[in-house]
Design a protein around this ligand. Structure first.
Ligand SMILES: Nc1ncnc2c1ncn2[C@@H]1O[C@H](COP(=O)(O)OP(=O)(O)OP(=O)(O)O)[C@@H](O)[C@H]1O
Ligand SMILES: [Mg+2]
Length: 343
C-alpha cells in the first residue's frame, strides 16, 4: 500500500436480502442486475474499489439509493460488507475483532450525519463531550476539549443550550464539534448540510473549508449537490445503482465524463471555476519562447476568460518561468466555458 493511502477498498459488495453470502456464492461472486432482481436481493454496493488518500477531501455523489451511505457504513463497519476487502492504514478492517473495531471507530473515525443525531436531553457541552465520556475521559478533561471544539465551530457561549433551542445550522455545528472532539484521523460526513436552507448551507460550506485548512483531516463527504461537491472536493466519486462509475478530479469529470449519467451531473458544474487553462490549451512543442503577456497554464479559465475572449488572435500559455508551453484561441475558451464554439 503506498504511503499516502489511508483507506483502501477493494471489490467491496454489500448485498441486502435473506442469504447474501449464499447468493454471492451461487453467482461466483459477481451477480448481475438480473440475478439480483430475479432473486429479490438488493445490490447496495457492487464491486466498488477505491483509495482514500491522506489529507484529501473525497466526495461521494449519486442519486438517492445509489449506495453512498452504505459505502461509508461499510468502511466504518456499521454494516458488514458481503465481500471484498477494506484496509485502514495497512490494517485489515474486516479481520479486526469487535474490540479493535470499537477502538478504531472511537479514536480514529469521526462521523457527522444528515439529521444531526444530537441527544435531545443533553445540552451543547454535554453533546460535544459525549464521545469522550464514552471513551472514559474524566469530566474536566473532556469539558475542556469540548469547549475548544465549541469555540472552533463558533458556538462559544451556547454551551448550556439544548438542541431544540438552536437553529438547524447551529445544531449541525454541534454535530461537527462532537465528531471532532475525539480528534479523528478520518472524518466521514453523510450529507451534513442537506437539511439546511441555501444561505446557511453556503455559510457552513465556507466554515467547513476554513476548518479543513486548519485541521487537514482525511475526509469522505457525501452530497447530492454537484456544486457543493466541486466547491469542496479534491476528487469526486459518482455512484449509480451500487457501482462507482467514475472517480476523478472535478476538472477531469467535467472535461471527460465517463458516461451520460456523469455528464448529467457535470453539466451543472461551474466550469469557469473548475477547468484550468492547461487542460484546454493546444500544447506547443518545446519552442524555447518566452512571453510577457501570456496566461498561466494553472489559471482557472474563469480568471482569464475576459483576456482571452478580448484578444485579437491566439493567446500564449506560459508556465511559471514564463516559457510558452501552449496557445489558446477564443473559440476554445468559448467552448470550454459555454460548451459551444464562437463568441
Ligand atoms: N438495512 C437495509 N436493508 C435493506 N436495504 C437497504 C438497507 N440499507 C440500505 N438499503 C438499500 O440499499 C440501497 C442503497 O442505500 P443507501 O442508503 O446507501 O443509498 P444512498 O445513496 O445513501 O441514498 P440517499 O441519497 O437517499 O441517502 C437502497 O436501495 C436502500 O434501499
Ligand atoms: Mg444516504
Amino acid at each position: 500500500m503506498s504511503k499516502d493511502v489511508q483507506i483502501e477498498c477493494r471489490n467491496m459488495w454489500k448485498i441486502f436480502g435473506d442469504d447474501p453470502e449464499g447468493f454471492m456464492e451461487r453467482h461466483n461472486g459477481a451477480p448481475t442486475s438480473e440475478n439480483l432482481h430475479d432473486e429479490g436481493y438488493i445490490g447496495a454496493v457492487r464491486d466498488v474499489s477505491f483509495d482514500v488518500h491522506a489529507g484529501e477531501i473525497l466526495i461521494i455523489m449519486g442519486l438517492s439509493g445509489s449506495g453512498k451511505s452504505t459505502v461509508i457504513r461499510c468502511i466504518t463497519r456499521l454494516n458488514d460488507p458481503t465481500a471484498g476487502s477494506i484496509m485502514y492504514e495497512g490494517q485489515d478492517l474486516l479481520a479486526a475483532d469487535e474490540k479493535e473495531l470499537i477502538d478504531i471507530r472511537r479514536h480514529k473515525m469521526g462521523m457527522v450525519f444528515q439529521n444531526f443525531g444530537l441527544l435531545p436531553h443533553r445540552d451543547v457541552m454535554s453533546n460535544v463531550a459525549f464521545p469522550l465520556e464514552v471513551q472514559g475521559v474524566d469530566k474536566q478533561a473532556r469539558e475542556q476539549k469540548a469547549r475548544e471544539m465549541i469555540d472552533l465551530v463558533g458556538l462559544g457561549g451556547r454551551e448550556s443550550y439544548f438542541p431544540r433551542e438552536l437553529s438547524g445550522g447551529q445544531q449541525q455545528r454541534v454535530g461537527i464539534a462532537r465528531s471532532l472532539a475525539v480528534e479523528p484521523d478520518v472524518w466521514f460526513l453523510d450529507e451534513p448540510f442537506s437539511a439546511l436552507d441555501p444561505l446557511i448551507r453556503a455559510e457552513m460550506q465556507d466554515e467547513f473549508i476554513r476548518l479543513q485548512q486548519m485541521l487537514k483531516k482525511t475526509i469522505v463527504f457525501i452530497t447530492h449537490d454537484f456544486e457543493e461537491a466541486t466547491k469542496l472536493a479534491d476528487r469526486i466519486g459518482i455512484m449509480k445503482d451500487g457501482y462507482l462509475v467514475q472517480l476523478s478530479t472535478p476538472e477531469e469529470m467535467v472535461l471527460n465524463p465517463a458516461n451520460d449519467y456523469v455528464a448529467e451531473f457535470a453539466r451543472k458544474a461551474p466550469r469557469d471555476r473548475i477547468v484550468s487553462v492547461g487542460a484546454i490549451m493546444t500544447p506547443e512543442a518545446a519552442a524555447g519562447r518566452t512571453s510577457e503577456n501570456g496566461v498561466s497554464s494553472r489559471a482557472l479559465i474563469g480568471e482569464v476568460a475576459e483576456q482571452v475572449l478580448n484578444a485579437d488572435g491566439t493567446v500564449d500559455v506560459v508556465d511559471e518561468n514564463m516559457a510558452v508551453i501552449g496557445t489558446l484561441t477564443r473559440q476554445r475558451m468559448s467552448k470550454a466555458l459555454f460548451g459551444r464554439d464562437g463568441v
